[in-house]
Write a protein that binds this ligand. Structure first.
Ligand code: PRP
Length: 180
């Protein structure tokens, strides 16, 4: 039903599972004995963070913040809002922020600065998708699943007007969907 609105698949489900496996293995190595907080930024992180943490064979703590900047359209507003905070102390903790996508970089930069200000021992980013052509602030995520071109993508957590997050792959919508 949802797939009829999709023009093309950019990252298949099998590719996403492989990405999670490789990144999970790398993070397990890098964070062994560090008991990191894997911090998901809601809502887009949801499917990917599930895949990622089940590929991490170390002790970790799971946390979430509800953060948004798009407010419904296809362009970032640049105004990052926190509607639910983490609720646990990050003082002297190693934080891995898990994202679905880094686009302008504003969301991640804002949250990284906040966590550093709160006394985190380290803050790094793992993202399923990196869209470097969208960057407005200078930022390079340390752990990247795959790099995508300059297109508005949906699926596997990413939405258009809150819809399509439940697609099992990342794709591009047909233009007529925006004009409905
Ligand atoms: C999306 C995405 C990232 C952010 C990336 O979230 O999940 O958090 O935008 O964009 P940026 O690099 O330009 O800041 P959004 O604000 O749409 O909220 P959502 O996760 O609830 O969809």
């Amino acid at each position: 039903m949802l797939e009829k609105d999709v023009e093309k698949v950019l990252v298949s489900n099998a590719e996403i599972k492989q990405i999670a496996k490789e990144l999970g293995k790398q993070l397990s190595f890098d964070y062994k004995d560090k008991f990191p907080i894997v911090l998901g930024l809601l809502k887009g992180c949801v499917p990917f963070i599930g895949d990622l943490i089940t590929e991490m064979d170390i002790h970790l703590e799971l946390g979430f913040m509800d953060v948004s900047s798009y407010h419904g359209g296809i362009e970032s507003s640049g105004d990052v809002k926190i509607s639910k905070d983490l609720g646990i102390s990050v003082q002297d903790r190693h934080i891995i922020i898990a994202e679905d996508i880094v686009d302008t970089g504003r969301t991640i930069k804002t949250i990284m600065e906040l966590l550093t200000f709160r006394g985190a021992a380290s803050v790094e980013v793992v993202t399923m998708l990196d869209k470097p052509t969208g960057r407005i602030v200078d930022f390079h995520p340390k752990y990247v699943g795959t790099t995508i071109p300059s297109e508005f993508v949906i699926g596997y957590g990413l939405d258009y007007e809150q819809k399509y997050r439940n697609l099992p792959f990342v794709g591009v919508l047909k233009p007529e969907v925006y004009n409905k």
